[in-house]
Design a protein around this ligand. Structure first.
Ligand SMILES: Nc1ncnc2c1ncn2[C@@H]1O[C@H](COP(=O)(O)OP(=O)(O)OP(=O)(O)O)[C@@H](O)[C@H]1O
Ligand SMILES: [Mg+2]
Length: 368
């Protein structure tokens, strides 16, 4: 596991290795909203959720992880930051996994930093379908598996420069300064480690399926002992439910979205619209499981953790558990944290499953 030390963009890397990480906010720019989380140290190695904010984004400002409307995203960031009520302007951002090419390479032990960089660039040239001028490249030594004089594994990651620059620019428009660039799946994994500690034996050896269902995408990441063993995305999400509500009840997208969250739909909604959607979601999870089993040596999983906006649908955990036959839990990265008394517990319970990535990013301020 990367222990959250992963950064993209050589200039930040150099800065952060020297200085202790300054206070920062975790900021997840997804397709429907920007999500911001600020954690502080609460003593004895504990963390406290100090503040968070979820600020909606206008339609089509972010599509498939691409920033389409930089100004709109910047405005949402500014509004979210105001509502957050913090003084911290440094932020940790994440790129969508789909925009990053990662590759594990082996290098001889004891390389000097410059030689390691050279080696990484040479290897990157082979694996990355762009020239090095077009990409931001970063790497993270993972240590040798057995210790001793064996080769050292190094994870390299590359993303097209404009993808990185777009996000940095959004932050700037919003009056914020990007000092860390992570990858969303890694950030979610960092946050998941908090939850894993609550499983029997700290989740050791358990095969865990993380399923994030947002508005448009279902992201699957299978973990074992803090290592990702499988990743996949399937086009499925809450938009499907919103569209069905629009169609059935002749509502605009905004009306349907509001009705979905706040209720007030006719009685037929639950049996005729919501239930079928929940069944389809569970079926999609089953499909993901089947893909996982057929493309890996694994043939069972121990737990499913649901996150993302669709994980807030009441009873969705039971529907998924029944359909898959696997213990299913709703992800709450703050379950073991202290929480500021200013935060309303009920609202947090609703929002927590959507804050995994932002929380994992916020944890970057505690990097050793
Ligand atoms: N209380 C709720 N009940 C039902 N659906 C909800 C609720 N709250 C949010 N959602 C749905 O969850 C989705 C948004 O979830 P989330 O914030 O995880 O998405 P996102 O990360 O912006 O999208 P994506 O991952 O596709 O980029 C929307 O479709 C929204 O309607
Ligand atoms: Mg999402």
């Amino acid at each position: 596991m990367l222990k959250g030390k992963f950064k993209i963009g050589g200039e930040w890397l150099a800065d952060l290795f020297k200085a202790k990480t300054p206070p920062l906010i975790g900021v997840d720019i997804s397709s429907t909203s920007v999500k911001m989380v600020e954690l502080v140290a609460a003593g004895k190695g504990r963390m406290r959720l100090e503040r968070y904010a979820i600020e909606p984004l206008p339609k089509d400002a972010v599509v498939d992880g691409n920033i389409q409307n930089l100004e709109a995203v910047g405005d949402s960031l500014r509004r979210g930051w105001k509502r957050l009520g913090t003084r911290v302007r440094n932020v940790a951002l994440a790129l969508p996994s789909a925009q990053v090419i990662t590759k594990k390479i082996s290098v001889p032990p004891g390389l000097r930093e410059e030689d390691l960089e050279l080696q990484v660039e040479t290897e990157a040239n082979q694996y990355i379908p762009f020239t090095l001028e077009e990409v931001n490249l970063d790497f993270q030594p993972l240590g040798s598996a057995t210790g001793g004089g064996d080769d050292v594994h190094v994870l390299i990651a590359a993303s097209r420069k404009e993808k990185v620059e777009d996000r940095v620019a959004c932050a700037e428009v919003g009056g914020l300064k990007a000092i860390v660039m992570d990858i969303d799946a890694f950030a979610a994994q960092t946050a998941f480690e908090l939850m894993e500690s609550q499983l029997p034996e700290g989740g050791r050896d358990q095969v865990i399926l993380l399923v994030d269902v947002g508005a448009t995408m279902m992201n699957i990441n299978v973990l074992q002992n803090n290592q990702s063993v499988y990743m996949r995305e399937q086009p499925f999400g809450g938009n499907q439910l919103t569209q069905e509500i629009q169609r059935q009840y002749n509502l605009s997208a905004e009306e349907a979205e509001a009705a979905k969250r706040n209720g007030g739909l006719p009685e037929s909604y639950e049996p005729e619209v919501l239930q079928p959607f929940m069944d389809t979601l569970a079926l999609e999870v089953t499909r993901a499981l089947q893909f996982f089993f057929t493309s890996t040596p694994y043939n069972q999983v121990d737990y499913i953790f649901l996150s993302g906006g669709c994980a807030t649908i009441e009873n969705i955990d039971n529907v998924v558990a029944q359909r898959t036959g696997v213990n299913t839990l709703i992800a709450n990265p703050f379950a073991t944290m202290d929480v500021s008394p200013k935060i309303k517990a009920r609202q947090l319970a609703q929002d927590a499953p959507t804050l995994l990535v932002a929380c994992g990013l916020a944890m970057r301020r505690f990097d050793a």
